[in-house]
Ligand binder design. Structure first.
Ligand code: HEM
Length: 178
C-alpha cells in the first residue's frame, strides 16, 4: 500500500505540474483553457485525497525496519520527506482557498463544481494563487532532489533504500532478504 500511494502520488503530481494553468486570471478561467484547468484541478484534488488516506494509512501500517544509514543522512531524508508531505497538503489548500477567495468554483473533469465556501477577498485570493504556483515549482525541485538521493543510494551506496520502494515483482533481490 505504501508503494502504491508513493508512485501514484508521484505520477499525479508530475502530470498536474505539466498541466498547471499559467498566465493572467482571465486566461486561466477562459473557456479555451477549461479542459487543462479542470484536468489540473482534478489531478490536484486526487493528490489531496491520496495524501489524507496515506497519512491515515501510515498511522496503522507496520513498516519494515529502515536500512541503517549515517545519522546525517537519516535526518536529511526525514527533513525532505517532511517537506514533501507539507507541500502535498499546502498545494491543494492554497489552490482551493485562492480560487474561492477570487470567487471561482473548483471545477473537476466530470463537470462537478465546488462553489466558493469562503467570502470574496480577491487580493488575498490572488496572493494565495501566486503562492500556489511557487509551491508547485518547489515540490518538483524537492521531488527531484529526493529522486537523486534514491538513485545515489542504489548506484553509489548499493543499499536497499531505493529497492524497498519497488514492487517485489520488479525489484532486484534485496541484500538482507526483506
Ligand atoms: C497537488 C498538486 C498540484 C501541483 C503540483 C500544482 C502545480 C501548479 C503549478 C506549477 C501551477 C503554475 C503553472 C504556471 O504558472 O505555468 C499551478 C497553477 C494553478 N493551480 Fe495547481 N497544482 C496542484 C494542485 C492544484 C489543485 C488541487 C487545484 C484546484 C483546486 C489547483 C489549481 C490551480 C490554479 C487555479 C492555478 C492557476 C493559479 C493562478 O495563477 O491564478 N492546483 N498549479
Amino acid at each position: 500500500m505504501a508503494q502504491i500511494f508513493h508512485w501514484i502520488t508521484a505520477l499525479l503530481v508530475l502530470i498536474a505540474f505539466i498541466y498547471g494553468p499559467g498566465g493572467s486570471e482571465q486566461r486561466i478561467y477562459s473557456p479555451a483553457t477549461d479542459f487543462d484547468r479542470q484536468l489540473h484541478e482534478t489531478l490536484g484534488m486526487s493528490v489531496f485525497v491520496l495524501v489524507v488516506l496515506r497519512v491515515l494509512w501510515r498511522m496503522v501500517d507496520t513498516r519494515p525496519e529502515p536500512t541503517p544509514v549515517p545519522r546525517w543522512m537519516e535526518l536529511s531524508a526525514k527533513a525532505v520527506q517532511g517537506a514533501l508531505y507539507l507541500l502535498l497538503f499546502a498545494l491543494p489548500i492554497t489552490a482551493i482557498a485562492g480560487a474561492w477567495l477570487e470567487g471561482h468554483p473548483v471545477t473537476l473533469l466530470a463537470g462537478i463544481q465546488i462553489p466558493p465556501l469562503l467570502g470574496l477577498s480577491h487580493a488575498a485570493g490572488a496572493q494565495l494563487a501566486n503562492l500556489h504556483t511557487w509551491l508547485g515549482d518547489a515540490i518538483l525541485w524537492l521531488a527531484g532532489l529526493h529522486a537523486v538521493a534514491a538513485i545515489y543510494h542504489h548506484i553509489v551506496l548499493k543499499d536497499d533504500v531505493f529497492v524497498s520502494m519497488l514492487p517485489a515483482r520488479i525489484a532486484p533481490r534485496r541484500a538482507n532478504g526483506r
